[in-house]
Design a binder for this molecule. Sequence first.
Ligand SMILES: Cc1ncc(COP(=O)(O)O)c(C=O)c1O
Length: 384
Amino acid sequence: MTRPPIPNQTTQLHVDPSVIDLGVGQPQLSLLPLERLGQAAALRFAAGAHDFLQYGAEQGDGYFRLALAEFLNQGYGFPVHPDQLFITNGASSALALICTLYARPGDTIFVEEPTYFLALRIFADYGLRPVAIPVDEDGLSVTALEAALQHSRPAFLYTIPTYQNPSTNTLSAERRTRLVELSREYDFWVVADEVYHFLQYRGAPPPALGLHAEQDRVLSLGSFSKILAPGLRLGWILTSPERAAAFAHSGLLASGGGLNPFTSSIVRSLLDDGGLQTHIAELKQVYTQRSETLANALRNHLPEANFHLPQGGYFFWVRLPGNLDARAIMPHAEQFKVAYRPGAFFSTQQGLANYLRLSFTYYPAGLIEQGVARLGRCLRSLAP
Ligand SMILES: Cc1ncc(COP(=O)(O)O)c(C=O)c1O
């Protein structure tokens, strides 16, 4: 008897193999460090200590936090103490825990317009009401934020300050300072999702908002999903030692223990022996080239589209010419065997209709080029 295939798709990834889905914001499978992690796991198992299979310390294993703090010290260029770190199952789990502990159903929160669409799903699960604050080339508009604060006070503001998903823009140094001042003045939390910070291809961004995590009302989220492997489900919150300890005292942790003792003990080897830094350097090389390929393909096949070459991260944010509605033409694109994420997904107001998000991390250069060529043919077929 033949069995039906076991469903193995995720919300982030539904790819029909005949379609080039340039919307997928994930690393290509072959870029995931199978060997490196295999060796790190073998070392940990060979060590013969059983503790990583036990319930873990609630705030995260102390040795792991020590190694992570050292990595962040070097990567961020400012001091990070292990007590400031709370270990999570990734940025998504951090957001869910923040919604549990820092907001109540019905609360207003501020989000960027555009913003990471799946974060909006998490906020909806908690009954939070997002109010959109626009983003421009210098990131979140702090002027618009200040104006919005005259009308309502959010439980928190959710921002992706560096290589934003999807706009790719980075919050300028001046605006970072102003944002922190405003959070003090108007008494709200800044939840800074900094998962793309280390994927820098062209110059360095301003210091991570985690710089203000100890003194100010900042919760800075990091993750191994973009710099190592999403399947690890491992990340961190960088904040003050008191707030990091408070996360560890929540009911979820009291019952289940630390969020990922098993994986964190394996990843610790890669922090200790520099394997993570080597992997990031390799990713940066590949992604720099692929982003150039995507830019050239857009210039060749969609010359009338508007975009900036991203300085880092995963994405291109492309404005279509005229009044083209990216969501409305998705079925048409499917006929040309190409897909993307339409701008409206990233809007709380069903706006941004003539934008689309493309990623350059999932496909090799040849398929990126082919995918954009298909998109170009699709758009030309729509021209009057
Ligand atoms: C801005 C942003 N935050 C969070 C995530 C998810 O991170 P994690 O895998 O650590 O939950 C993503 C993944 O696409 C993202 O783009």
